[in-house]
Design a protein. Structure first.
Ligand SMILES: Nc1ncnc2c1ncn2[C@@H]1O[C@H](COP(=O)(O)OP(=O)(O)OP(=O)(O)O)[C@@H](O)[C@H]1O
Ligand SMILES: [Mg+2]
Lengths: 406, 233
């Protein structure tokens, strides 16, 4: 059976087909753009934070008794000593923040000393000792880790910035875009005039703010800070995390009763919290995609069923004139392909248009080249599946209808 | 040649069994013009549907050109309908969404002819029924007589050996009925075997063989005879 007469017959009975074609067009427009957003968000969620999330947890130790600066240093040293000696702990560090935490410390760094102008580059700061790299599970791909001698306690009323830093590759690239060799040994300026010598480069260590465009830029700074509020990050051996969390909490609570241990949290929970908005958006949009597809396929089933009953007689006549059952099925499949083709061509144009608008309005990524073709194929297949059953029913109409009803 | 032996047809519904045809035997020879008459509900349409492979028989044997039909599957039955049999119906049964040309085209496409061959046949048949000037008209734009002529053109386009007609003039006035019957007679002259169900004895008279159906039994002989015997009984 050829397209010609099927098409001409459709022209005599347009309204239903026009509505379905429109529905298909709108569905394609929305689902491919929704899919584009899902894809983008999934890509964000899938980014590597750099740390060993599955085996890492964090908590805070908060003093509620007045301690001298030296007492606070001693307590931190004691705490870290205790934690690092617990079997199953790979390493631990006291730091101001960690990736995905949504709060942290940022600084501007520049190539020249002096007032930080617009050319200065923002970076997240993690204050650590020489155990920071192993606790955060970062690979030092160039240069070396801090030596114990490079790590120092901060000094009261002295804001001079530590002279050493380990930076992420992304930060290096932002500072020296044309550098093809090593960033190690280079100097940059922070705090207006304080020089920082780069001693090492790590591949990935995200800033605490997942939605920041500079999320891949961070720097480990070899300074220890004896505050009343100390954040500990602990990396456990695989499988040990859940056992160590209560164990270490109890141990520290017992070791010093002038402080409380709180905010005990796994990195998995931290990640969940950081991406809760993205996860919700992905869920909602997936649901929209599914719902629209179902509604459209129901529309197609409805129109096809209506057409089968409307054409009962003509189908019997066609059978009497020599149509085989597969020929009747084919008629409906071709008819649906024609409606789909129109809807999908219009829908593709609308989808591209909507994408251009969204890219400009919400600075989204443009759709990947294959998303629209994939949507077209998927909706075409949905249409064919949707007419399959009505078409099969049509093919079972008896040719005797031609003589029996009048 | 159509050869039916001991053919019966029983319709079964939940509550009743209708014996529409009760074991008859019949042979229709090549080139015959057969009329079928009989009271309403006697089984005329059932007989025609079985002869035209629109329905399956309940028991008995049916051969077309020496080939046993009961062993054919649905696809093969469709093919026999398409190639050997043309149908004309009381209510014309044109497809309303298709114009005259496309209506006549329907069986030819199922046959698989190429566009050139189809056009040759369509225009030839429309010529033959006197409608060559209206290929783009739609059924609703034609009179009943014209619609039936299109249906005849459609039935003839595949050059079938058998033309089965169920009250082809039932929906036409006498004038149009006569002209349709002239056309059928002409087609029969040209060699096509015709079996025509009709209510009207004057039309039945124009056939060269008359069958009479009553209570699912088929009898040979002129209808007047049967009406007479029925009246005498
Ligand atoms: N699909 C069916 N199911 C059940 N019974 C049927 C069916 N088709 C026909 N019958 C019955 O079979 C019998 C013969 O019907 P048929 O249509 O062959 O009669 P007919 O001679 O053509 O009548 P008419 O002159 O009114 O067209 C009738 O009793 C009819 O009710
Ligand atoms: Mg009848």
């Amino acid at each position: 059976m050829d397209i010609g007469p099927i098409w001409r017959a459709m022209l005599r009975n347009k309204s239903g087909f026009v509505l379905i074609a429109l529905q298909i067009a709108v569905t394609l427009t929305i689902i491919v753009n929704a899919f584009g957003i899902i894809q983008e968000r999934s890509g964000r969620v899938a980014r590597d934070s750099g740390i060993d999330e599955a085996n890492t947890f964090a908590f805070a130790s908060v003093l509620f008794t007045d301690y001298e600066r030296e007492q606070r240093k001693t307590l931190i040293d004691e705490d870290l000593d205790l934690i690092r000696n617990v079997p199953g702990v790979i390493n631990a560090v006291a730091s101001n923040s960690f990736p995905l935490r949504q709060g942290g410390w940022s600084m501007g760094v520049a190539l020249e000393p002096g007032n930080q102008g617009p050319e200065s580059v923002g970076t997240a700061i993690y204050f650590v000792d020489e155990h920071g790299a192993e606790t955060f599970d970062v690979d030092i791909i160039d240069g070396k880790n801090f030596t114990p001698g490079q790590v120092a306690w901060s000094i009261e009323n002295d804001n001079t910035w530590p002279a050493y830093g380990i930076i992420t590759e992304a930060l290096g690239k932002e500072m020296w875009p044309d550098e093809t060799g090593s960033y190690v040994g280079k100097t940059m300026f922070i705090n207006d005039t304080d020089p920082v010598n780069i001693v090492g480069v790590v591949d990935t260590l995200q800033a605490p703010w997942e939605s920041w465009t500079g999320v891949e830029r961070s720097m480990l700074v070899p300074q220890r800070r004896p505050s009343e509020f100390v954040r500990y990050i602990v990396r456990a051996e695989p499988g040990m995390r859940d056992r160590l969390m209560p164990e270490i909490e109890a141990m520290l609570a017992a070791s010093n009763k002038d402080r409380i241990i709180r905010d005990m949290t796994t990195m998995d929970e931290v990640r969940k919290l950081a991406y809760v908005g993205d996860a919700a958006l992905i869920k909602i949009l997936s649901f929209v995609v599914l719902l629209l597809t179902i509604i459209t396929s129901l529309g197609i089933v409805g129109l096809a069923s209506f057409n089968v009953s409307r054409r009962t007689r003509q189908i019997g006549i066609r059978r009497a004139l020599g149509a085989t059952k597969p020929a009747i099925v084919r008629y409906f499949l071709i008819e649906n392909s024609i409606v789909s083709a129109i809807g999908l061509v219009v829908g593709s144009a609308l989808a591209i248009g909507l994408n251009i608008v969204m890219v400009e309005a919400f600075s989204l990524e443009p759709l990947a080249w294959y998303v629209i073709p994939a949507g077209v194929i998927a909706l075409w297949a949905v249409g064919q599946l949707a007419v399959a059953d009505p078409a099969r029913r049509a093919s079972n109409i008896s040719p005797a209808i031609a003589t029996r009803s009048s | 040649m159509l050869k039916m032996t001991n053919v019966s047809k029983i319709y079964r519904t939940d509550t009743v069994e209708t014996h529409a045809l009760r074991g008859f035997s019949l042979t229709v020879e090549e080139g015959e013009f057969v009329s079928v008459t009989g009271p309403s509900g006697s089984g005329k349409t059932t007989f025609l549907n079985i002869a035209g492979l629109l329905e399956e028989l309940t028991s008995g044997n049916y051969e077309i050109d020496g080939r046993d039909i009961s062993s054919l599957n649905d696809k093969e039955r469709s093919r026999v309908r398409n190639e050997k049999i043309g149908f004309i119906f009381q209510s014309f049964n044109l497809i309303p969404e298709l114009n005259v040309y496309d209506n006549v085209d329907v069986p030819l496409r199922y046959r698989g002819f190429d566009a050139k061959e189809r056009e040759r046949r369509i225009m030839g048949c429309l010529e033959r029924v006197g409608l060559a000037s209206r290929p783009t008209h739609f059924p609703a734009q034609l009179s009943g007589g014209q619609q039936q002529r299109v249906a005849i053109a459609r039935a003839l386009a595949g050059e079938p050996r058998f033309l089965l007609a169920d009250e082809p003039t039932g929906n036409l006035d006498t004038h149009m009925a006569d002209s349709v019957l002239d056309l059928l007679a002409e087609i029969n002259e040209a060699g096509t075997t015709i079996i025509m169900v009709t209510h009207e004895l004057t039309l039945a008279d124009r056939a060269n063989r008359n069958l009479f159906v009553r209570d699912g039994h088929i009898h040979d002989g002129p209808p007047e005879l049967h009406f007479a015997t029925a009246a005498n009984a």
